[in-house]
Design a protein around this ligand. Structure first.
Ligand code: FCB
Length: 449
């Protein structure tokens, strides 16, 4: 059985992870440009200064995407390329790069899905307090307006923020990502609240300034808990666990999605965070809760639970359960239960904005990259997505993470997530076996699965 007509097939990327050219054409610094230079932060001291050199090789890369048959491509814009100081003066050189990229995509009949923020926050704004500054939501809305005014004659699909769980939590609570802060819980929650407000204000800015009818979404992490059996009580336990907020940390779904899609923070989360919760006017929630056209979800993880008298109980994986190079368990069913639970709760069409695996890939003696695990991963995960679509849960598209091997944040170039292999010394690209299999999947709209 194939996917619905018009289903969008592609892959995703983020500016800092593949563009390189971090000092070119008037770009300002981002918090990542600074963070990677601090000793001990990144695996083997690597940086994204060159990365895949996509800034110069975008045309070759778009040609490869066309060869695979992408109908969409999700990429992000580097905020400090457009506004070197984060606000104020616009850098024409930065806008010109995204003009070239968007034009190349359209020429290849690939629909651009633009993420406005995938973590490369302007360093100058960080100096002014960053996401803790009460003006930070307006700074983001100003940037969104500029990008939309410039590109919306050709771009109509937008994601506001990528994974607040990570840039708020890993960046401001755990200190593992830029800007490397370890704030207390109440400041962490303030950063989160400002980021959600920034999302809402950006949606308003896009709607008000788009020259074509805009379709707007958001791209948090969204990972369902999987019921251990299909017994109704296990399914209910998994549903409850999927949206529960039980820990004073960043790793949950509902804290980051309920305000955006339902207009309120989840009750259990408010109890867990207690008096660490910042005060804010009720009207903030109206700003955060803007009508969206789709909900993007980045889905990588999962776990099993079953019902028990004390609530959902985790079931451990069997010894020897397959894991990826990143030690992430392979759980294809997460692409069935995520669309099911998230569509039921939020009633918005879904786009899988990221899903994929890192693998120990290299060029074999025959000159090819045989990533059999990723070929299998695609098959198993997409069969589950197909099952969800057949059951009536609305899904509009799938973006594999990632289009090509790239700079994996604090893990540097250790993790290869791409459909396209990149030799980071020569910058040669090579389609992996998975890219060829994905081409077949796209060409048959999933019927070959
Ligand atoms: C996600 C990020 C993306 C990439 C993948 C592996 O959390 O959004 O940039 O790092 O994980």
């Amino acid at each position: 059985m194939s996917f619905p007509k018009g289903f969008v097939w592609g892959a995703a990327s983020a500016a800092y992870q593949l563009e390189g050219a971090v000092y070119e054409d008037g770009k300002g610094f981002s918090v990542w440009d600074k963070f990677v230079r601090q000793p001990g932060k990144i695996w083997n001291g690597q940086t994204g200064e060159v990365a895949c050199d996509h800034y110069h090789r975008y045309q070759e890369d778009v040609n490869l995407m066309r060869q695979i048959g992408f109908t969409g491509y999700r990429c992000s814009i580097s905020w400090p390329r457009i506004l070197p100081s984060g606000t104020g003066k616009i850098n024409a050189g930065g806008l010109a790069f995204y003009d070239r990229l968007v034009d190349a995509l359209l020429e290849a009949r690939i629909v651009p899905y633009i993420t406005l923020f995938h973590w490369d926050y302007p360093y100058e704004l960080f100096i002014r307090g960053g996401w803790l500054n009460p003006d930070s939501p307006d700074w983001f809305a100003e940037y969104a307006k500029i990008v939309v005014e410039h590109l919306s004659d050709r771009v109509s699909h937008w994601f506001t923020l990528n994974e607040p769980q990570c840039f708020v939590g890993l960046g401001h609570l755990d200190g593992q990502h830029a800007p490397g802060l370890k704030l207390d819980i109440s400041q962490f929650l303030q950063v989160g609240h400002n980021a959600l407000l920034a999302h809402g204000k950006a949606v308003q800015a896009i709607r008000a300034n788009s020259k074509t009818p805009a379709r707007i979404g958001y791209a948090p992490q969204g990972n369902a808990t999987i019921p251990f059996t299909l017994k109704p009580e296990d399914v209910e336990a998994a549903r409850r666990d999927t949206f529960a907020v039980t820990q004073r940390n960043t790793w949950n779904n509902a804290w980051w999605i309920d305000p955006v899609c339902l207009g309120h923070y989840p009750e259990d989360g408010l109890r867990v965070f207690g008096d660490s919760m910042p005060e804010f006017p009720e009207s903030d929630l109206d700003i955060i809760h803007q009508p969206l056209d789709f909900l993007g979800l980045n889905t990588y993880f999962g776990k099993y639970v079953k019902a028990s008298p004390n609530g959902p109980e985790e079931v451990s994986l069997r010894p020897g359960h397959p894991i990826t190079a990143f030690d992430w368990p392979v759980l294809p069913e997460v692409l069935y239960w995520t669309p099911r639970f998230f569509y039921e709760r939020y009633q918005l069409p879904l786009i899988f904005a990221e899903n994929g695996m890192s693998n120990v890939d290299w060029i074999s003696v025959d000159g090819k990259v045989h990533d059999a695990q990723r070929v299998d991963y695609l098959t198993l995960y997409l069969r589950q997505l197909q099952r969800a679509v057949n059951d009536g849960f609305k899904v509009e598209g799938y973006f594999h993470w990632s289009v090509m091997d790239n700079f994996e944040w604090s893990f540097g170039f250790r993790e290869r997530f791409g459909l396209i292999y990149v030799d980071f010394e020569s910058q040669k690209r090579l389609l992996k076996d998975s890219a060829l299999w994905y081409k077949e999947i796209i060409a048959t709209n999933g019927a070959c699965l």
